[in-house]
Design a binder for this molecule. Sequence first.
Ligand SMILES: [Zn+2]
Ligand SMILES: [Zn+2]
Length: 342
Amino acid sequence: MGDALTRVATIAAALALMVGLPVRAAARTQTGAPASAETDGPAVEAAGAAGAAGEFELLPPPAPGDWRAALCEREQAFEEYASRYAPLALADKPCPPADRPVIRVLPMGPASQADAEEMVLLERFLQAYFSSRVLVEERRLPPASVRRRPSRGFGRQLLADDILREIGRDMPADTIVRLAVTREDLFASARRGVYFNFVFGTGSSDERAAVASSARYHQHYPDEPAGVTPGKRFFKLAAHETGHVLGLAHCARYRCCMNGSNSLAESDRRPVHLCPDCLRKVEWRLALGESDRAGRYRALAEVYRELGWVEEEAFVAARAGTPQARAQGDAPASSPRVEEPP
Ligand SMILES: [Zn+2]
Ligand SMILES: [Zn+2]
């Protein structure tokens, strides 16, 4: 199903089983028990100075059980990214909003009363996050061709690979990302004939398609961070999988929305925001131009205020508001710059 760059799944504890990490963690998650702090080991202090609003934080070394400890992923340098993915502008740069490529959100499965409001908020969130047009499509049931299997503690599971294939079939031409969102639990193929016990979501740049599930986001665990909600977890996942469709690999330098996660607790530790390295890739791909950056942060601040995400609002407001913050964002400290394309 493609290589690690184009077919990156947000894998949870199943991975621990496959790479020989403690089985206890995977079994607990698989049966629906909350992820435990012991799954991820003790917290490690950040390597970089951080803490002030709007400052980016370097990732600490991985703790046992963390994504980076379980999987050896190469860092994706900007040069590598830019040589592989062309900017997606449909018109002259920067695109007027009406000409921007479209991100489509496709709700999949039976609706609940809360869904309509959530879809409106998700649309606004993704619109601000990617400075793109976002359209929510008509809800559909999972096609019969999507393989199912019995519950692993969170209701029946749908095969994410099949969902990606199905929503890629009638992909509208203007679409850069089609993101299926579902309340049903997902599993995915790891390699031929072998499946992960579950995944939160997955995204494929080859197929321009992603799927994100909120099935496991109502769990709690000891010492859960303040401010964590199922909605924030889900929106963050939607941004993460959309990032994969845009070609972003997992981020291993900063605390960043594109950090891999091997458990719910690790998912909760990754922030909503993109680090300078990942934001630069998104700006390149979407032909946004660095001049749009402050506007993006202001738009996000509005959405976060509406969502009641106080910490996130303070972060983006700080980055939108000061020349110093913009300068930091303009110059990723950790990767060499390349010339902009002609
Ligand atoms: Zn991922
Ligand atoms: Zn990043």
